[in-house]
Design a protein around this ligand. Structure first.
Ligand SMILES: Nc1ncnc2c1ncn2[C@@H]1O[C@H](COP(=O)(O)OP(=O)(O)OP(=O)(O)O)[C@@H](O)[C@H]1O
Ligand SMILES: [Mg+2]
Length: 502
């Protein structure tokens, strides 16, 4: 048997103005999980898309079990035993689980001269494949009714049903709850026992250390090296990824905390199961963390405050004045900004440039003679944010859809920074963002706080909550269960205790 299940040699790929991959290699041992790591824009997704036949590589070779193969499209990739669980899932929500699983290859039966879809077989087989991946939901359920974690299980069941030898996971856990992550890891362990080789892309260091056997690191489209996971410490990985040492991930916060700028009183959703009777306040210069498990209704609460969701009762008081917010425009006028959690879903204008994606929030403020856009000023602001957030792009004219996942997120953050709100709500600000850029975002948060802005940060990452917050509010089941004000009391245990207090 060949030493490697899959080998990529000398892969190069350019886009206009960008050399995304330059002579990159990757070798997967059978029955292992191979982590592929690198900063945002390092070329990880591009390499996977070349392997899966979505992009045509400019140069390079692919070997499966020692044999050289050509892959020109995803169908060929699947035929050759490669499956991919995408960074952006693309399911058909209005169709059943089974139909999604068998899309494009429905089992057929013949009744007389007529070919028909064999629904019975399709549902039975789907049930069997779901069982393979330890899931037991109804094959007839509409995909749109499932959680993101469950949808992912369907994608994995699909991979398993193709008898894949190689499965690619591109940031599969970025929106999963802890339980769903555990379920995914169980499935991955099963696949490992069956000799499947897996490629695992994630920015979550603890997951990488837990699940992977080997690690390949990329930097700026080039190959840095491959190691056994146990040979590298977390610090080693970071240094190799960013090419410099990164000592203090959470920068020190300077500046004073001032007067109360916003008070939220007895805020309740019109939905019983959503946020209820939440009260808190935030001061100028303060970073207020919001912790809790997935489903604690933190996002919903902030959307309520921002005027996206209907609120049954409660008050928002800004600088001592009662404000009515029924629409995001009113929230923005009141000085509130919201960086949403699902930036890909509701944040980006895919067919517009970076400049327009950042500028859209400030165009009404930057007019010359009241009606001509002041491009000089706008270019200055956009240029500044590209530098500050280290957005990897050949120019501000690039379409945002062509940026890597993490860089798209940075553009959305830049948009809100340009808008300069007094109260900035950031929902999972560093999700999908690499360690180096995380540090930049933390520094920007501290800088904004030092200027007297108030920042609300929802985060599911405990170290981030603890490292960045002046105070931490913890929610569970729609209610605010506790506020931790004392730095010494900010521990994972204490946060978890409130987060599970149903
Ligand atoms: N279709 C495209 N057109 C132009 N440039 C592209 C295209 N796809 C990717 N790029 C560029 O190629 C580089 C590598 O992007 P890629 O998506 O592979 O990064 P990544 O390592 O997956 O990053 P992330 O961690 O943010 O997902 C980036 O500079 C990106 O802007
Ligand atoms: Mg990517």
């Amino acid at each position: 048997m060949a030493e490697y299940r899959l080998e990529l040699r000398g892969v190069s790929k350019s886009f206009p103005g960008v050399k995304a991959l330059d002579n990159v290699q990757l070798a997967l041992r059978p029955g292992t999980v191979h982590a592929l790591m690198g900063e945002n824009g390092a070329g990880k997704s591009t390499l996977m898309k070349c392997l899966f036949g979505i992009y045509k590589m400019d140069a390079g070779e692919i070997y499966i079990d020692g044999e050289k193969v050509n892959i020109f499209n995803p169908d060929e990739a699947m035929e050759k035993g490669i499956a991919m669980v995408h960074q952006e899932l693309q399911p058909v929500p209005a169709r059943s689980v089974a139909e999604n699983l068998y899309l494009g290859r429905f089992p057929m039966k013949k009744i007389g001269p007529i070919q028909m879809i064999d629904h019975k077989k399709m549902y039975e087989d789907t049930a069997m494949w779901l069982k393979e991946v330890r899931m037991n939901f109804d094959p007839k359920a509409l995909l749109g009714t499932l959680s993101i974690g469950q949808m992912q299980s369907v994608e994995i069941a699909k991979a398993v049903s193709h008898q894949a030898k190689v499965v690619i996971f591109d940031e599969p856990t970025s929106s999963l709850s802890d339980n769903e992550v555990e379920a995914l890891f169980r499935i991955m362990n099963d696949l490992r026992d069956k000799g499947v080789a897996m490629i695992y892309i994630s920015h979550k260091m603890d997951e990488i250390k837990r699940i992977s056997d080997d690690i390949t690191i990329m930097r700026d489209g080039t190959y840095v090296g491959t190691w056994r996971t146990e040979e590298l410490t977390t610090d080693d990985i970071i240094t190799k990824m960013v090419g410099r040492e990164l000592t203090n991930v959470y920068p020190e916060k300077k500046g004073k905390i001032g007067d109360v700028v916003m008070e939220v009183k007895n805020y309740s959703s019109i939905h019983e199961k959503s946020f209820q009777d939440v009260s808190f306040s935030i001061r100028k210069g303060e970073i207020l963390g919001f912790g809790g498990l997935v489903g604690a209704q933190r996002t919903e609460l902030m959307e309520g405050i921002f005027g996206i969701r209907n609120v049954a009762s409660g008050e928002v008081i800004i600088n001592g004045k009662n404000v009515k917010i029924k629409h995001p425009i009113q929230a923005m006028r009141a000085g509130i900004g919201l960086i949403t959690e699902d930036r890909r879903g509701n944040g980006i204008f895919g067919c517009l440039s970076i400049k327009d994606n950042v500028g859209v929030s400030v165009y009404n403020k930057l007019l010359k003679l009241k009606f001509v856009l002041d491009h000089k000023k706008i270019n200055g602001i956009v240029d500044d944010s590209i530098k500050k957030l280290r957005i990897k792009t050949p120019s501000m004219k690039q379409h945002i859809a062509n940026l890597s996942g993490g860089n798209q997120q940075k553009v959305i953050i830049a948009r809100w920074l340009a808008n300069d709100p007094d109260i900035l709500i950031m929902d999972e600000p560093t999700r999908g963002i690499d360690v180096g850029a995380k540090h930049e975002i933390y520094e920007i948060m501290n800088e904004l706080a030092a200027q007297g802005k108030a920042i609300i940060m929802i985060s599911s990452e405990m170290p981030e909550l603890i490292g960045m917050s002046d105070r931490i509010c913890v929610m569970c089941d729609g209610k605010l269960r506790g506020v931790i004000s004392d730095k010494a009391e900010m521990t994972q245990e204490k946060i978890m205790a409130y987060a599970t207090q149903f």
